[in-house]
Design a protein around this ligand. Structure first.
Ligand code: AMP
Length: 201
């Protein structure tokens, strides 16, 4: 099995919800032995365990609202700190510009920094069609009317696009942002990211 790249130990994968970043992060984690830190999964775990922080999260996560930056960072960074060796892939963080600043400060306090940020770019139509197909195949995500769900999805995609702009500029200025066409098959996307990691970007 391939061992972790000598050059890239700390990366983040960003993209819209339903855009396949979790799948890509999972495959990369297996291939390169990264810790896969999925914010959504960590928050759900905190809720399931009924921790003090978990109780504060319920109203947000239940309604699909973004958790306030300070709260999500406090929870998430505990996991990041445990994942420095051999390296980590952040899945779903940062989602706001504020989070990108908190992350930078936190990582620099540990004397490390992100080396690569992969942004999966997908059109709204591709995401909405995938969601429709999943619903048609009987894989419902949430109870409720399908057209209501589609409205909610469109609103979230709009919010996502607004939030991602300053994050994208921030990492682009640092020279660590790579955008990848996410409207393609899983394997093609995986190969592109694998090459970036193996070539140290
Ligand atoms: P996900 O599994 O990525 O869809 O995330 C599930 C839920 O967790 C979201 O609907 C938000 O309520 C919350 N969440 C996940 N990531 C973040 C983040 N970076 N910032 C704030 N809230 C988040």
């Amino acid at each position: 099995m391939t061992t972790i790249s000598k050059r890239i130990h700390y990366l983040a994968i960003l993209g819209p919800s339903g855009g396949g970043k979790g799948t890509q992060a999972d495959l990369l984690a297996r291939r390169f032995h990264y810790h896969h830190l999925s914010v959504g999964a960590i928050l759900r775990q905190e809720i399931a365990q009924g921790t003090a922080n978990g109780k504060k999260l319920i109203g947000y996560v239940d309604r699909g609202l973004l958790v306030p930056d300070d709260l999500v960072a406090t929870i998430f960074f505990r996991y990041v700190k445990q994942a420095l060796r051999p390296g980590f892939i952040l899945d779903g963080f940062p989602r706001t510009f504020g989070q990108s600043q908190l992350l930078q400060d936190f990582l620099s306090s540990l004397k490390i920094s992100l080396e690569l940020v992969v942004l999966l770019e997908l059109s709204d139509e591709v995401i909405i069609n995938r969601r429709r197909q999943a619903i048609a195949a009987g894989r419902r995500f949430q109870p409720g009317r399908e057209d209501d769900q589609e409205q909610i999805l469109r609103r979230r995609l709009y919010e996502y696009r607004e939030n991602i702009k300053p994050i994208k500029n921030f990492y682009r200025r640092q020279g660590i942002l790579v955008t990848i066409d996410g409207n393609r098959p899983i394997n093609a996307i995986q190969e592109d990211i694998r090459k970036l990691i193996e070539n140290g970007q």
